[in-house]
Design a protein around this ligand. Structure first.
Ligand SMILES: [Zn+2]
Length: 507
């Protein structure tokens, strides 16, 4: 049995979840469900990033005790489990004792390797970014380009991490695909960033009076870990890196990570600093980093000031979890930017889910009731359907393996369309009058095609998948891809009409 460990980035809890978070969670969920259906032993980790100045200040603004503030905000992210139907196995919170213990452990390993040293940092510090900004990155007026504010000049004592020492090793790992970065364009982007000059050492801590909310540096209470060691280490602390005995088993079994799923804005930290940290601490490197893009809203960047921030909760309440999952996976290019528009949401829902998919299920089940007394007819060899189906299954798997969930959805809709076209070509209602003996064979082919559709949908729309399989009398208890072989549907099983899967939205 293969193991498969996937992590998402941990969400920063200074605001409520938005559609971009939903995209990453749903992608992660589909990928891990796919691996479960393949028979892999899966661990899916997500969580929240709860330290830093911005959170400290946001809590003060709300006049809340800081732990209570992060508890409240973290819960909004934990609640997405139900809202988006996520089957994650672990939820790591950086303010937890387990995590802090692990962050200290990796710091100590790096320190013992001689890779952490004390130095003075002087630079332009933007509070909004929570980071120093190099002179060359300031805009024409000397402001932070993101926040349009003049940064403070800060000089302070920091610990630094000797990232430069690992620059060549990191470059080699990326070039050789030992650390696979997908899509390819992001791999090149990272290699360009490393360039000939290589990666520079990074500030690794802040004085406690500047960063009052974080993890203390081991053996130096005056310093607090900067975001790198605090946040990136979640990928090991969340599976028991610092634990002992039985609690350490998950780490032993699942590390190294198979996929870190992240947004394009944080690639350089994951493919640079994090890899350097692991090399320093003597830990194995993750196998892959999958990078997704951003979601715009009605063609524009989402922002509070434009008032176009899409709240995934509202859509789920109105149209259902599966409609949201389908839109994010099918409509947003998996590894690129995409747009969320209300009009398109309704179009996709009505044309693909309500019409193509819903109608196919409905037609096949109704015809089976009408022409075959509601029972699965005798098995066939699948001529006319089977070959195309098997090609689709291969294309679907290939899409999942190369991080193309949109591609997998397109293959699936292709199978649905194949079914609809087969009905239109064969016209079972006409045959029923003239040569009724030919109808059962056609319906068996269609029911078996629907079984394939039900199984293939399981990583994408898990509820719909079970509903389809139940309606055609197929087993829906433990859905595995290896049951994608012709003829598993047994003659005589009862087919049962159920409520419409996706009722059309009229607005
Ligand atoms: Zn800034």
């Amino acid at each position: 049995m293969n193991k498969f460990y996937l992590s998402t980035a941990i969400a920063y809890v200074n605001a409520a979840p938005h559609i971009g978070h939903a995209l990453e969670f749903v992608q992660a969920d589909a990928l891990t469900r796919y691996h479960r259906a393949k028979g892999d032993d899966v661990f899916f980790l997500t969580g929240t990033d709860e330290h830093g100045v911005k959170i400290f200040e946001a809590a003060q603004e709300k006049v809340m005790e800081i732990q209570a503030f992060v508890d409240m905000n973290a819960k909004q992210f934990e609640d997405l489990k139900g809202i988006l139907n996520l089957a994650y196995d672990g939820f790591v919170r950086t303010s937890s004792e387990h995590h802090k213990k692990g962050a200290k452990k990796i710091w100590t390993k790096m320190f013992e390797a001689g890779d952490i040293y004390k130095g003075t940092y002087k630079g332009n510090y933007c509070v909004g970014c929570e980071s120093f900004i190099p002179e060359k990155d300031l805009d024409g007026e000397g402001n932070c380009p993101m926040h349009k504010k003049k940064p403070k000049t800060l000089e302070e004592e920091n610990y630094f991490f000797k990232l430069s020492k690992y620059s060549d090793a990191i470059k080699k790992a990326i070039e050789s695909d030992k650390l696979l970065i997908l899509p390819e364009a992001r791999k090149n982007e990272m290699l360009n960033l490393i360039g000939d000059e290589g990666l520079k050492d990074v500030s690794f801590s802040r004085p406690k009076d500047v960063l009052p909310w974080g993890v203390s540096v081991p053996n130096d209470d005056s310093q607090v870990m900067y975001v790198w060691c605090d946040a990136l280490s979640n990928y090991i602390t969340g599976i028991g890196y610092a634990e002992e005995g039985e609690e350490a088993e998950t780490f032993k079994k699942f590390w190294p990570c198979d996929v870190h799923l992240i947004g394009k804005d944080i690639l350089r930290f994951h493919a640079g600093i994090w890899i350097g940290m692991l090399l320093s601490a003597g830990l194995e490197l993750p196998k892959a980093i999958y990078v997704h893009g951003f979601v715009t809203s009605e063609g524009q960047k989402m922002s509070k000031s434009l008032g176009n921030v899409v709240n995934p909760l509202e859509y789920v309440e109105k149209y259902g979890t599966e409609a949201m999952r389908y839109f994010l996976l099918k409509e947003i290019p998996t590894a690129d930017d995409g747009d969320f528009s209300h009009k398109r949401f309704l179009e996709i829902f009505n044309s693909e889910l309500a019409n193509s998919m819903g109608n196919l299920v409905n037609r096949v089940v109704m015809m089976t009731e009408r022409y075959c007394e509601g029972k699965v007819p005798a098995k066939t060899d699948g001529a006319g359907v089977y070959e195309q189906l098997m090609l689709s299954v291969e294309a679907y798997k290939a899409a999942f393996e190369r991080f193309d969930l949109k591609g997998a959805c397109e293959v699936l809709i292709g199978v649905v369309n194949l079914g609809n076209k087969y009905i239109d070509d064969k016209k079972p209602w006409a045959l029923a009058k003239e040569t009724p003996e030919l109808v059962p064979e056609i319906l068996y082919n269609l029911l078996e095609l629907l079984r394939f559709v039900g199984i293939l949908f399981s990583p994408i729309l898990p509820e719909c998948s079970v509903k389809i399989l139940k309606q055609i009398g197929a087993d829906s208890s433990d859905i595995k891809l290896d049951s994608l072989k012709w003829g598993a549907l047994e003659e005589g099983e009862n087919v049962q009409k159920a409520e419409v899967l996706f009722p059309r939205i009229e607005e």
